[in-house]
Every structure is written in structure tokens, then in C-alpha cells.
Design a protein around this ligand. Sequence first.
Ligand code: E4P
Length: 292
Amino acid sequence: MPYYGINLKNKGKVVKIKVFIDSGKLEEIKKAHSYGILDGVTTNPSLIRAAVEEVKKDGTEIDIKEYIIKILNLAKGLPVSLEVIGNTYDSMVEEGIKLFNMFNPIAKNVYIKIPVNPSFEENSKTDFDGLRAIKTLSDKNIPINCTLVFTPEQALLASKAGATFVSPFAGRIDDYIRTENKIEFKKSDYFPYMGYEVEDKTLEDNGVLSGIDLVAMIREVFDNYSIKRTKVLAASLRNPRQVREAALVGADIATIPFIVIKELVSHYKTREGMKKFTDDIVPEYEKLIREN
Ligand code: E4P
């Protein structure tokens, strides 16, 4: 399938994609930043847990406040998302304000991550608490990254409530479609953006064919209404092709795990070409370039 199967509406316009790292690990953030390509950082409680466990692995104590301060200083000038842990309106608003007041003064780069719907059960009385918290916090000028977005409708509502970023979880949609259809997969396996076909039937989640299809739908809905204040942040990206496709469908931002960032730059022919060029260096050329 050629890439021009994907929406090319943005062709010719000046559109810039931003690259965030999806990690709570200081060393990974430091390295990605040193590559000169970093525009921001996203964390969530699971990523913070992985970071804390890594520090504690060799018996080192962690001061989580100091650790987060180090991340914020390192990412000075770049947005860093920190997630609340509550699942009611009151707790999320309280935690959002606390996190923002505690950490934003450090480098003025804190975004608060709020789930679009914090309920564990269907038809819960807290179903709208995420949107209500987004509205309250964004009215206080606290920038919000609305997380755990799985439909264009959720993204639209999050934008209306005032979110600065909406985070569609592309990889988890692909996981869900495969799991529901009893397809075995590894987390990093590619999932076709046009949908996974089984016996002439394209699998889907209520009309969403893939995680990238979800990102494309949100892009289109936002473009239909010229929604500019909310950026589409493609999250839960698991492999380089998914990052490529997030860019092709017009995501404003891609947040990428460190392991995938490393894969983005790799190609066998690049390595092979590099070796050949190195083998072909003649002394005259080397002398000209390397000697004063
Ligand atoms: C980022 O904001 C998300 O929390 C993250 O991308 C989730 O990724 P995962 O589905 O690989 O855990």
C-alpha cells in the first residue's frame, strides 16, 4: 500500500510535528535531549513507576520530588506532562493544582495530565469528572494534556473543555483490536493503519480501524472546526512505522518511547553506505580535511 493512501490534506502547508519522549527515566530524557530532537516529555504513573524501580534497583534511595525537579530543569523550555492519580473531580482538581504549584515554578513547563474519563465502570457517576476537571484547571490557566483518549468524540469533548493536548493511545487501540479478535502479537508488532484484515473482514473498534486511524480521525474533526488551541498528541506509539504514520496523518506531536526513538534513525543501507564511504577515503582527501 503506497503512503499516499493516507490523508495528504496538509500538503503544502507549514505544519511542524513535535517529538516528545514518553519516559520518566532521567537518563533516557537526557540522552534524547542530547540528540537535538526533543520538544517535550510525557510521563504517566506507570512510566514514573518504571523510573523509580530502575533507580532503586541497586539499592539507591529516590527522592521523587528532587527527581522530577531534575527532569523539569533538564527539559527547560519544553513541556513536561505530569499525571494526576485520583479518579474523581475533586481529587483530580486538587492534585492538578498541587502538582502545578509544586513543580511549575521550577522551569515553567508543567502540563497536567487528566484522563478524559476516570471511571473504572461503565455508566459511572464519575464519567464526566475528567472533562469537568479539565474545564476547572484550564480556566485557572493550567495547561492540560487529556489522556486515555480512544475515540474522536472523547477528543472533541476534551478540546471543548479546554485541553491543550489530547492524547490518542494509538498502540493500545491496536492491542485491543488484536486481543478482542484473539490475534497473538508482540507489543512492538506493526499494525496496519488501514485496518487488519482477517478473511476479507477488516477488524475495527466501533469504526476505528487502527490507532493511526484514530489519530487521523481526530485530526480531521479538529480541522473541520478549525480547532487550533488543542494539539493532537499521538501517544502509545510502539514502532517507527507508527511514528511515520502519525506524522503522515498530521499529528501535531508524537510522544515516543526511548527504545523507538533509537530505532527511528536506523537503516541497514545507511550503515552499509557509511562503511563503504569510510573504506573509500583516499589519503589526499583525509589530509585535506583533517590536517591544519
Ligand atoms: C503517553 O502520554 C502515554 O501515557 C503513553 O504513550 C502510553 O503508552 P503505552 O500504551 O505504551 O503504555
